[in-house]
Design a protein around this ligand. Sequence first.
Ligand code: SF4
Ligand code: SF4
Length: 132
Amino acid sequence: MKLKISFPAESVKSPILSEIILKTGVLVSIVSSHVDSTGGEIILEVIDKDSDIIKGELKARGIKVTLLRTFIDRDENECVDCGACISVCPAQVFSFADDWSLAMDTQKCIRCGICIDMCSHQALSIKGADSE
Ligand code: SF4
Ligand code: SF4
């Protein structure tokens, strides 16, 4: 599952993730990272059974954690399979199927929203609700 962690400015230079990985032995994958001197946001991929461990360790350090339950959704009635979303998606969510219809691997989505703005047919949206 994917966890979004939000760092305040004072935590940006702390090796918080490294400390947690060393302490718990839980491995995480960084899906995306946007960090600067004002704070940061990182999306992690964690296997389901370890997510509570990581969430607990982050929260104990005052880091906000959000479980991403949202996903990119396509309205098949609006989509015309033009493929414009394929080239803009940084996570390779979209591809063409053998019949040239649009295929999606929604598990890869990092919820950046780029494709939503790109689709001139307003076929894409974020569905679901994230949770703390
Ligand atoms: S850009 Fe929009 S209309 Fe074109 S393939 Fe993607 S979802 Fe469909
Ligand atoms: S929201 Fe971003 S990562 Fe998700 S499908 Fe759209 S472009 Fe790709």
